[in-house]
Design a protein around this ligand. Structure first.
Ligand code: CP3
Length: 345
């Protein structure tokens, strides 16, 4: 059946005069209404696990800007927590988790069937959104890719070079690969439940894929994505998957074909001209305006937005940033970007 929604049309390979648009981290601290709801929830994790308020912040950017997609408000680190890791956020610094580096700690993770105990509020958020979103808006669910999630579980925090995860890979490959396998299975169940609750598209965030080189990229970024997508397609053949192997560079070439993804999301370290020639030739791409334009604005924002739309105009494209919008962004610049994409500027 031909899709009605613009995001789904792009994911089916249709070329549209005006590309659909949404924005990574579109519900976030740059919006005053987000900050108010977050304060009401108490803290970030309480917001993630409160279905009414999580749905509310998901809807805020849809009401303000009329984006073509809403992305479920949650976090990639809820999977580690559901598997039994401790998780907390330090204001101004970021996430902290209990570390996992030994076979005993791997064996101590919760069994797969227990993860939904922690994650059931997320499915409830999806259900609320599925009922409340405007009919033209696509609901995107998501999870972190196994490598990226593992880097946080191993180090217990974000790291500039994912050093602890690379070190475990070398020192104890069985534990490292065992952890990736556990996250892979949990991610399949988690995304499948999001789809059953009403997610129309799912996205896999591999934010640290760029630190995997050569064969490691194939084994630990590409292969887990392929396994997750294959399992999801078997259960939900009509639900498109967006893969985001951030900073993959040459690794973007052929990634969609090799993993079965319907769309590859691009960061802004690749030019749209290069990506049109080497990645979009295989199908839909998403991206890739530098999120710094949401802070700096001006004519450069408009020019760069139009250049990206033009470069991808010969194939299926979903407009987005190359990474999440930052808390210091100006909400007016988001409107300028949308106006530039839709041809109103
Ligand atoms: O895109 C969306 O709006 C959907 C919701 C979403 C969040 N995080 C909300 C969030 C998504 C898809 C994520 C993904 C995520 N979370 C990633 C992968 C994507 C990426 O940005 O590379 C990663 C690595 C995380 C882990 C994480 N969560 C970190 C490192 C941080 C702290 C950094 C920061 O910005 O403070 C978070 C917190 C987080 N996740 C916030 C939001 C809106 C900010 C929380 C707050 O309100 O203080």
């Amino acid at each position: 059946m031909a899709a009605e929604k613009t995001i789904l049309k792009a994911l089916q390979g249709q070329v549209q005069d005006v590309p659909p648009i949404w924005m990574m981290r579109q519900a976030g601290r740059y919006l005053p209404e987000y900050r108010a709801t977050r304060a009401k929830a108490g803290d970030f994790l309480s917001l993630c696990y409160n279905p009414e308020l999580a749905a509310e912040v998901t809807l805020q950017p849809i009401r303000r800007y009329g984006f073509d997609a809403a992305i479920l408000f949650a976090d990639i680190l809820l999977i580690p927590q559901a598997l039994g890791a401790d998780l907390w956020f330090v204001t101004g610094e970021g996430p902290r988790l209990s570390t996992l580096t030994t076979p005993a700690e791997l064996a101590g993770l919760k069994p797969l069937e227990d993860i939904h105990e922690t994650l059931s509020p997320i499915y409830e958020t999806v259900k609320i959104l599925s009922a409340e979103l405007p009919k033209e808006t696509t609901l995107i669910g998501f999870a972190g890719a196994p490598w990226t999630v593992a880097t946080y579980m191993i180090a217990g925090r974000g790291t500039p070079d994912q050093g602890p995860a690379h070190a475990l890979m070398q020192a104890d490959r069985a534990t490292f690969e065992g952890l990736l396998a556990r996250i892979t299975s949990a991610t399949i169940e988690y995304l499948s439940m999001q789809i059953q609750a009403g997610a129309e598209v799912v996205k896999l965030f591999d934010s640290w894929a760029g630190s995997l080189k050569g064969d490691d990229f194939n084994k630990y970024a590409l292969e887990p994505a392929r396994q997750i997508i294959a399992a999801l397609k078997e259960r939900h053949p009509d639900v498109p998957v967006i893969a985001f192997p951030r900073e993959a560079g040459q690794g973007y070439v052929g990634f969609a074909k090799a993993t079965g993804a319907d769309c590859v999301a691009l960061d802004n370290s690749v030019t749209p001209e290069w990506a049109a020639a080497h990645v979009q030739v295989d199908g839909c791409v998403q991206g890739n305006l530098a999120s710094s334009h949401m802070v700096t604005g001006g004519q450069a924002l408009v020019d760069e937005t139009k250049a990206i739309v033009k470069a991808f105009s010969q194939g299926p494209h979903i407009f987005n940033l190359g990474h999440g919008i930052t808390p210091d962004a100006d909400p007016d610049n988001v409107q300028r970007m949308i106006d530039a994409v839709r041809g109103d500027l």
